[in-house]
Design a protein around this ligand. Structure first.
Ligand code: ADP
Ligand code: MG
Ligand code: MG
Length: 483
């Protein structure tokens, strides 16, 4: 992606470049600090269950406008409530996804589970959402934050982010800048998210019941997941945490007399935390879909329940960005205005008049847009000049599986990205940062029992990269330095 040469650069936290000797020394220390404190992942290229690489990170925290950070934090409970209301609006979810599920098989499979659950009634009325609302600052509006997306399933990095602040605090102190630490906001993401799961466990109210993490066949982001598990085990030792794949659940899961989810040995599951199941590759066969359905019909409290999962689709996000639709879910005019402001232009590509108009617009000025399918986990979008070809390859109905979104133009920062196997010392690069704010919401269709903001994370990528997947290699973990 080309970056507008006039893009503003945010002022750095400290003066760069660092003298080379100092840079080499502090980077080496920071790498070891990262591994020793679990800011780490399993290597994809050199995989072993017995070793870890440090996760790519930014050496010195990237600047983020304080006002915008505080705005995002303050908005989170409102966004939690919004998503909770959306998840429980059967009519809205059904009509919004109607065209999409005709052509998107994965969303259709999720929707079929939803439909079947609706037909039989929900066994468990409560859901828990561990959400992450992601933002980029937009330079054409004074760096005001714009929502990139909201995640309702497997919102990751709460665990590592909490430790990354410590890493960058350490680096700043080593560099003689302890005075800067007050500008690094405290991050309670790990505790906030895990306490949420435990609150759901409390609601289930059976002392012997366990929390089940649904995991991928291979977990590269193992530290992030284990931090959650270990936090729960250490803070609430009476609550057991199990890890199972969808395939495992198919093999050993069954329902008890009251539809309790039981695993082998008769262990009863109170809460299911999905860290897998958000992409087609996690379902190898009908077995995994059957396991998902089994869990959905069980008494366990799901994070996310199927309606929450569907509420997090890009299609729903696009529909919500229309003021008339947002009004349906937010009563307070001030809140409505505040949420409306974080949305950027989102356009339907359904096979109708509005969808055709967005299609024509995308062909005319593709450089203004990003094209998104109903997928999670990064690497699925189409950007700018690549959009017309992608769209032309689709039939009119196939387009309904996608949405179009205005490209957000974030400000730049300059800094050192440190990644495993990369040349030492790192060089200064142009970067952009995406802020994620975590939220916890628990309740049923009529009542919200818990609703709070729970920490944050910052992911920073090279300014020239379309996406900054940390595992994919273009992104790095970071934390905001508020300016
Ligand atoms: P996913 O659910 O796969 O993470 P996202 O909507 O978050 O999908 O898109 C992935 C990445 O693409 C984001 O992290 C961001 O870097 C980039 N991106 C997405 N939407 C926009 C946008 N409107 N403007 C600029 N970059 C975007
Ligand atoms: Mg996502
Ligand atoms: Mg994303």
């Amino acid at each position: 992606m080309s970056v507008d040469p006039n893009t503003p650069v945010l002022r750095n936290c400290i003066r760069l470049p660092l003298p080379e000797d100092e840079l080499i020394e502090v980077t080496a220390k920071a790498k070891d600090y990262a591994i020793m404190h679990g800011a780490a992942m399993r290597s994809k290229s050199n995989f072993s269950e017995d070793s870890l690489n440090f996760a790519p990170f930014v050496l010195v925290p990237s600047s983020f406008p304080r006002k915008e950070f505080e705005k995002a934090v303050a908005l989170q409970p409102i966004i939690n409530r919004l998503m909770h209301n959306v998840a429980h609006d059967e009519e809205f979810i059904t009509t919004t996804l109607a065209e999409t599920i005709k052509v998107d098989e994965f969303t259709a499979n999720l929707f079929n589970i939803y439909r079947k659950v609706l037909a039989h009634g929900f066994t468990q009325a409560n859901s828990i959402g561990l959400l992450r609302s992601d933002y980029l600052g937009h330079v054409y509006e004074g760096c005001a934050i714009k929502q990139v997306e909201i995640n309702t399933v497997a919102s990751s990095f709460g665990g590592i982010a909490t430790h990354l602040v410590q890493l960058q605090n350490f680096v700043l102190r080593e560099l003689g800048h302890a005075d800067k630490l007050p500008n690094m906001p405290h991050n309670n993401a790990l505790a906030g998210l895990c306490d949420g799961m435990v609150k759901a466990w409390d609601i289930y109210a059976k002392p012997q019941s366990v929390i089940l993490f649904i995991i991928e066949d291979v977990s590269y982001n193992i530290c992030d997941q284990r931090f959650h598990e270990f936090y729960i085990r250490e803070t609430y030792p009476h609550i057991k945490v199990l890890r199972r794949t969808l395939t495992d659940v198919h093999r050993e899961g069954k329902l008890g007399l009251n539809k309790e989810l039981l695993l082998s040995g008769g262990l009863e599951v109170a809460v299911i935390y999905f860290r897998a199941g958000y992409e087609p590759g996690h379902y190898h066969s009908q077995d995994e879909w059957d396991a998902r359905y089994l869990m959905e019909t069980s008494l366990a409290i799901k994070c996310p329940s199927i309606q929450y999962h569907l509420a997090g689709t890009k299609k729903v996000q696009q529909a919500l960005a229309q003021p008339a639709v947002l009004e349906r879910f937010i009563n307070d005019p001030e809140e409505m205005k505040a949420v409306g402001k974080i949305f950027t232009g989102l356009y339907s590509l359904d096979d109708n008049e509005a969808g055709n108009a967005s299609y024509e617009m995308a062909l005319r000025t593709p450089e203004k847009f990003v094209l998104k399918p109903q997928r999670e986990g990064g690497g699925n979008n189409v950007y700018g000049v690549d959009i017309p070809d992608a769209l032309k390859r689709m039939s009119r109905v196939e387009r309904s599986a996608w949405i179009l979104m205005d490209l957000i133009h974030p400000p730049l920062t300059k800094g050192y990205m440190v990644r495993p196997g990369a040349e030492m010392p790192p060089t200064i690069v142009d970067m952009v940062s995406e802020l994620g704010i975590f939220g916890v919401v628990i309740g049923d269709a009529d009542h919200i029992i818990h609703n709070y903001q729970a920490g944050h994370m910052l992911r920073t990528k090279l300014s020239t990269a379309n996406e900054g997947g940390v595992a994919a290699g273009l992104g790095a973990l970071d934390s905001p330095y508020l300016i």
